[in-house]
Design a protein around this ligand. Structure first.
Ligand SMILES: *Cc1c(COP(=O)(O)O)cnc(C)c1O
Length: 235
């Protein structure tokens, strides 16, 4: 399969899931997760009209963004854990941050946005728990902490709250987890009308996410093929 064929197949999956859920396919955006993939693959997909690319490490994101600086239409997103001391680097890149999960990180991003005179688009990452409901397995804030975190983002002048992001629990039916996420998203949106995005769904579960109302799906493997084993989600 070529990248073009993969892109078409993924887009068809998204569109079919949207139609089955009675939704407009154009209401679901595809984020291509290009972690571990060469910049040349990103360039190929960009040539096919793909605009949004996601990475899970700041260093890899800055390297690729620099290699592809001529493609000014690209939008970059960080979906992996972010350390406070790298907040300024992400802000300078103009990337969206989908993995905000604690107040000190909100503060660091807010300070960096202020210094750089930029607006940073933020998703709060929610921990949907594991098979036994245990938290902490894949990063993210516990659902109970999300409303307060949303308020903290809203109070930071340089940050714009776009919505929530989550990874489905491993080894569990994603549907109830995505339903809990959608309910939490609706609560956050009631307080923060800008928080319209729901980023959920990956190669294996994008249909369940679209059914639950995802406005963004993050797809790596189904676009680019299998990654080396050491680079799974959440790293
Ligand atoms: C790697 C990754 C993805 C993509 O996962 P695939 O199963 O390869 O589609 C999505 N979201 C996050 C946070 C990731 O780290």
């Amino acid at each position: 399969m070529t990248l073009a064929e993969n892109l078409q197949a993924v887009r068809e999956r998204i569109d079919a899931a949207a139609r089955a859920a009675g939704r407009d396919p154009a209401s679901v955006r595809l984020l291509a997760v290009s972690k571990t993939r060469p910049a040349a693959d990103v360039r190929t997909l960009a040539g096919l009209g793909q605009r949004d690319f996601a990475e899970n490490r700041v260093q890899e994101l800055s390297g690729k963004a620099a290699d592809l600086a001529d493609l000014t239409e690209l939008r970059w997103h960080l979906v992996g854990q972010l350390q406070r001391n790298k907040a300024a680097a992400v802000v300078r890149l103009g990337a969206g941050v989908h993995s905000v999960d604690r107040v000190p990180l909100v503060e660091a991003l807010g300070r960096a946005a202020d210094r750089e005179q930029r607006t940073v688009e933020v998703h709060l990452q929610v921990d949907l728990g594991g098979p036994e409901g245990e938290l902490g397995a894949r990063g993210g804030a516990s659902p109970a902490d999300v409303p307060g975190l949303a308020d903290a983002v809203a109070e930071a002048p340089g940050l714009r709250l776009l919505g929530l992001m989550a990874v489905a629990p491993r080894g569990e039916d994603p549907e109830p987890a995505f339903a809990r996420l959608a309910e939490l998203a609706a609560r956050v949106r009631a307080d923060h009308p800008s928080a319209v995005e729901l980023s959920a769904g990956m190669s294996g579960d994008l249909e369940a996410a679209v059914t639950a109302g995802a406005t963004e799906v993050r797809v790596g493997t189904a676009l680019f093929g299998a990654r080396p084993l050491t680079s799974g989600p959440g790293e």
